[in-house]
Design a protein around this ligand. Structure first.
Ligand code: NAD
Length: 497
C-alpha cells in the first residue's frame, strides 16, 4: 500500500485497523468489535473495520442532528470553499486512492483513475450548488402580495452506498445533500467500507467540514439490521440517498414510505446496445468491449445485451469474441491489468449459476465461461432463450449476450424487455435516426455512438422503471431540499369575512 494518509499507520503485518467518523472524531465501534475487509484478488485481510451497531448509528444521527442548524446557516461562499478544498485533496491523494480501490474492490487502475477524476468533477460541480439552491420569486395574483419559493435544507440525510463504483458513488450519496445545507450519515457497503465511506470521511474532514456535518458508520456483513433500524425509524433522518440493487432499494423505499420520507433511488440496470445496419463495425466492437467488460461487468451501466443488425452479425461476433478472449483478468494493483477480480465468492457463484442455467436452456458460450479464483473470464453467450433469467436479469459480472435482429422495432422491443431502464446505446452513422429510435427505448440515458456506460458528474444521471428515479447533477437539488413558500403582504388585504 502506498498510503500516507489513511488513518492509523499500518502495523508490521500491513493490516490497518480503521476507525469511523462520528461528530468529527475517529471512533471504534462502541462494542469494540471489528470485521475483516478482504482484498478480493489475494483473499487476504486488507483492513480491520469497526463492526458497529445501533448505539453507533444513534450517536452518528444525533451528531448530525446537532450540527444541522449551524451548517444550514453557513453561507454559500464558505460552503463552496470546502467542496473546492475537498476536490484538491482528492487530486493530491489520487495515486493512493487508485491503490486503495484496487486492493479493497479489485478496481483496475483505469477504473480507479476514472473514479478519481469523476469525484474531483463532482466536488467542483457541487461547489456551485450553494449558489443555485436559493429559490425563485412567484408572481402573485393578490394585489400587494410578494411570494417567494425558498429552497431550504431538509435536515439529516442518510447516504447508503454500494461497493462497485465505491469512491465516486459513495461521494455522490453525500455531496449534493451537503451542498444543499443538510448534514449526513454515510453508511458504506460492507464490501468497500473504506473506499465507499471511511476515506470519504477523511477527505471531507480534512477539507474542514465542521464536526457532525459528515458522519460515517460501518458494519460487518449481515449486520446491517440494527443500523438500518436506527436510520429508518429515527424521526431526525429526513431523507435517504440510496445507490444499490433494485431488490434492496425496493425494500428500503417501503420502509421510508411507511414514515412518509423521501428516498432517492439509483438502482440496477440491464443495458442494451443496438448496432444498426449502418454502424461503424470496428468502432462498435471497440465500444462493446469497453461497455461490457470494464470493471469486470460490475457497473450498473455495463452493456448486458448486444443486438446486432443481421447483415453485420457474423462479422461483429467474430471480432468481438476475438477481442473478449484476448482480455485477461489478473492483479488489479498492476497498472497493466485491464480486468480485475469479482468482489467476492458469492459474485463468482452468481455469475457461474447464471451462465450454467442459460447453457442448460440452450445458450452457447463463444468466449470465456470459466473463473480462476475470483478472476472471471470475459464471457460471450449466443442463442440465449428469452426465458433464461440472464436474458433480462442483471448478473453483475463480465457476461454479455449477443443476438441478431432483422427489424429495428423488434430490436427496440427486445431492448425494452427487462424490468430495468438505466441506460442504452445505439451505434449508427445516422445519428438523428438513432436518437429517434432511442426515444422509444425505456431508459434514463441513451447514448448514440457511445457506450451504455459513462456519465459525467454534471449530467442528469438516473434511470426509469426498476432502475430507480433519482436524477443527479444539479437536478438532485430538488430532491435534497424543500421548496417552501413565504409571502409578504405589502398592503392591507381585504377579506370576505
Ligand atoms: P446492495 O443493494 O446489496 O447494497 C447496497 C447498499 O445497501 C449497501 O451499503 C448495503 O449494505 C445496503 N443495504 C443492504 N441491505 C440493507 C438494509 N436492510 N438496510 C440498509 N442498508 C442496506 O447493492 P451492491 O451489491 O452494493 O451494489 C450493486 C448493485 O447496485 C447493482 O445492482 C448495481 O446495478 C447497483 N448500482 C446502481 C447504480 C446506479 O447509479 N444506478 C450505481 C452502482 C450500483
Amino acid at each position: 500500500m502506498t498510503s500516507t494518509t489513511l488513518q492509523t499507520p499500518a502495523a508490521a503485518t500491513g493490516v490497518r485497523t480503521m476507525k469511523q467518523l462520528i461528530n468529527g472524531e475517529w471512533a471504534a465501534a462502541s462494542s469494540g468489535q471489528t470485521f475483516d475487509d478482504i482484498n478480493p484478488y489475494t483473499g487476504e485481510v486488507y483492513a480491520r473495520i469497526p463492526a458497529s451497531g445501533a448505539a453507533d448509528a444513534k450517536r452518528a444521527i444525533e451528531a448530525a442532528e446537532k450540527a444541522f442548524p449551524a451548517w444550514a446557516k453557513v453561507g454559500a461562499r464558505a460552503r463552496q470553499a470546502l467542496f473546492l478544498k475537498a476536490a484538491d485533496i482528492v487530486e493530491r491523494r489520487a495515486e493512493e486512492l487508485v491503490s486503495i480501490m484496487a486492493q479493497e474492490t479489485g478496481a483496475s487502475h483505469a477504473f480507479g483513475r476514472f473514479q478519481v477524476q469523476w469525484s474531483v468533477g463532482l466536488l467542483r460541480q457541487a461547489a456551485g450548488y450553494p449558489y443555485l439552491s436559493g429559490g425563485e420569486i412567484v408572481p402573485s395574483d393578490t394585489p400587494g402580495v410578494f411570494a417567494m419559493a425558498i429552497r431550504r435544507p431538509l435536515g439529516v440525510v442518510a447516504g447508503i452506498s454500494p461497493w462497485n463504483g465505491a469512491l465516486a458513488l459513495g461521494l455522490r450519496t453525500v455531496v449534493c445533500p451537503l451542498a444543499c445545507g443538510n448534514t449526513v450519515v454515510l453508511k458504506p457497503s460492507e464490501e468497500a467500507p473504506i473506499c465507499a465511506g471511511l476515506v470519504i470521511g477523511e477527505i471531507l474532514h480534512e477539507a474542514g467540514f465542521p464536526p457532525g456535518v459528515v458522519n460515517v458508520i460501518t458494519h460487518a456483513p449481515s449486520e446491517v439490521g440494527p443500523i438500518s433500524d436506527q436510520l429508518f425509524e429515527s424521526r431526525s433522518v429526513r431523507a435517504y440517498n440510496f445507490t444499490g440493487s433494485s431488490a434492496t432499494g425496493s425494500m428500503l423505499a417501503a420502509r421510508a414510505g411507511k414514515h412518509l420520507k423521501r428516498i432517492a433511488l439509483e438502482l440496477g440496470g440491464y443495458n442494451p446496445m443496438l448496432v444498426l445496419h449502418d454502424a461503424d463495425l470496428e468502432y462498435s466492437v471497440d465500444t462493446a468491449i469497453f461497455a461490457a467488460f470494464f470493471h469486470q461487468g460490475q457497473i450498473c451501466m455495463n452493456t448486458r445485451k448486444i443486438l446486432v443488425a443481421r447483415p453485420l452479425f457474423d462479422d461483429f461476433l467474430e471480432r468481438f469474441v476475438a477481442r473478449a478472449k484476448a482480455l485477461k483478468a489478473g492483479d488489479p494493483t498492476n497498472p497493466a491489468t485491464k480486468i480485475g477480480p469479482l468482489i467476492n465468492d458469492d459474485a463468482v457463484a452468481k455469475v457461474k449459476a447464471g451462465i450454467a442455467k442459460a447453457v442448460a436452456m440452450g445458450a452457447r458460450i463463444v468466449a470465456g465461461g470459466n473463473a480462476d479464483g475470483r478472476c472471471f473470464e470475459p464471457t460471450v453467450l449466443v442463442n440465449v432463450p428469452a426465458n433464461a433469467p440472464i436474458y433480462c436479469e442483471e448478473v453483475f459480472g463480465p457476461v454479455v449476450l449477443v443476438e441478431p435482429f432483422d427489424d429495428e422495432q423488434d430490436a427496440v422491443q427486445k431492448a425494452n424487455g427487462s424490468d430495468y431502464g438505466l441506460s442504452a446505446s445505439i451505434m449508427s452513422r445516422d445519428a438523428w435516426r438513432a436518437i429517434t429510435l432511442g426515444g422509444q427505448i425505456q431508459a434514463g440515458m441513451v447514448n448514440v455512438n457511445g457506450p451504455t456506460m459513462g456519465g459525467e458528474p454534471q449530467i442528469p444521471f438516473g434511470g426509469v422503471k426498476d432502475s430507480g428515479w433519482a436524477r443527479f447533477g444539479r437536478w438532485a437539488i430538488d430532491i435534497f431540499s424543500d421548496l417552501n413558500l413565504a409571502t409578504v403582504s405589502e398592503e392591507k388585504r381585504k377579506y370576505p369575512l
